[in-house]
Design a protein. Structure first.
Length: 358
């Protein structure tokens, strides 16, 4: 494997630590630890190492699957990585829908080859025909995020069924990172419920405000899930005990309340971003989730130039569109606490006005 630098993470490593405000964060503001029972007893491994069987069964029920088709992981990032390792070999091909989180393209590309199917503004619609045209005899996997990171586009059940049928007809798999799915007011059925050749990767970080719990999962048919387990033995061995303990509560007795709060929070903050976008004549797609992907304001040549200048002038961190392959845009995360978002938007606006001479 020859992995390239993870551009978003390298950018954040440079511009996040000393910033006053972080508006490149891609999840809902973190929930306080005192909301949960944190007593797990001895801090050992989770046994068995793919997660508590009853908890796996509870998650599996959400996908109309069985417990042996669920593997708990250290976050959704590991869920995606282990799936790539379990499925792909040298010479295999993947079709990746973009824009997307870099690892969903870079990891399969480091093992085999990738054809990128780009979606474009203003609607970021995905052409299933374009995916079909990108398929090859050696295509093993079709990959996307739904809802999208960074655009917030949420593909509907009809499109997902068409993608699944396309993958299955070509003896390939459909892998969908669904970490934002539960922020939708009325979430569509998950990908893994489509059939045995669909794989769902998800977790409690983005929709539930529990990034620090580091608890994710893969849902795949039993033979593939066993391959994921095999690879997991060489990475983190078991999911975090405390993370699993918190996730049980978040997906159990607290779930309805957490999701109700987080959806209302995301909507209220999205409305504030909509006003900002309108005030500064930016183009965007109103997203599902907590990521906005608007155009770079007039007066700036690129996403990186804009984001660097905002950081230098106002100590606010944003994510440039270049790290997603779209240099005329930037990602603004609006899941943070509302007062921080409002402060950040005021600072960004002040900088735009200063550059425009207003």
């Amino acid at each position: 494997m020859d992995l390239p630098p993870f551009e978003l993470e390298r950018w954040l490593d440079e511009y996040e630590p000393n910033a006053d405000l972080m508006l490149a964060e891609s999840g809902v503001r973190s929930l306080p630890a005192d909301r949960f029972d944190l007593d797990v007893g001895e801090l050992g491994y989770v046994i068995p190492t793919d997660g508590d069987p009853q908890f796996r069964a509870d998650i599996a029920e959400r996908y109309d699957r069985s417990a042996d088709e669920v593997v708990l992981t250290c976050g959704t990032q590991e869920a995606d990585f282990l799936t790539f390792m379990a499925l792909l070999e040298e010479g295999d091909h993947a079709v990746v829908v973009s824009p997307t989180y870099q690892s969903l393209k870079s990891v399969p590309e480091s093992v085999g080859s990738v054809t990128e199917v780009r979606t474009e503004p203003p609607a970021w619609d995905l052409s299933v025909d374009a995916v079909a045209d990108a398929m090859r005899a050696e295509t093993r996997l079709v990959v996307l995020t739904n809802p999208s990171n960074p655009t917030g586009k949420y593909l509907g059940p009809e499109t997902m069924r068409a993608l699944y049928d396309l993958a299955a007809d070509n003896d390939a798999y459909l892998l969908v990172d669904e970490v934002y799915r539960m922020l939708a007011d009325d979430p569509h059925p998950p990908a893994a419920a489509l059939g045995p050749r669909a794989i769902s990767a998800a977790g409690v970080s983005k929709s539930y405000g529990l990034a620090g719990a580091r608890l994710g999962w893969v849902v795949a048919h039993p033979e593939l899930a066993d391959e994921v387990r095999k690879w997991k033995d060489y990475t983190t061995i078991s999911p975090p005990m405390l993370g699993q303990h918190i996730a049980k509560q978040a997906l159990g007795e607290q779930e309805d309340e957490i999701l109700r709060e987080n959806r209302a929070h995301a909507k209220a903050n999205r409305d504030r971003v909509a006003e900002f976008v309108d005030d500064y004549d930016l183009d965007w797609f109103e997203p599902v989730g907590v990521n906005a992907f608007p155009t770079v304001p007039e007066g700036f040549d690129s996403g990186k130039e804009f984001c660097r200048s905002v950081y230098d002038a106002e100590s606010v961190t944003l994510a440039p569109g270049e790290v997603f392959g779209y240099p005329d845009r930037f990602r603004l995360g609006f899941g943070l606490h509302t007062e921080e978002l409002e402060d950040g938007l005021e600072r960004i606006g002040r900088h735009i006005d200063a550059v425009r001479g207003e």
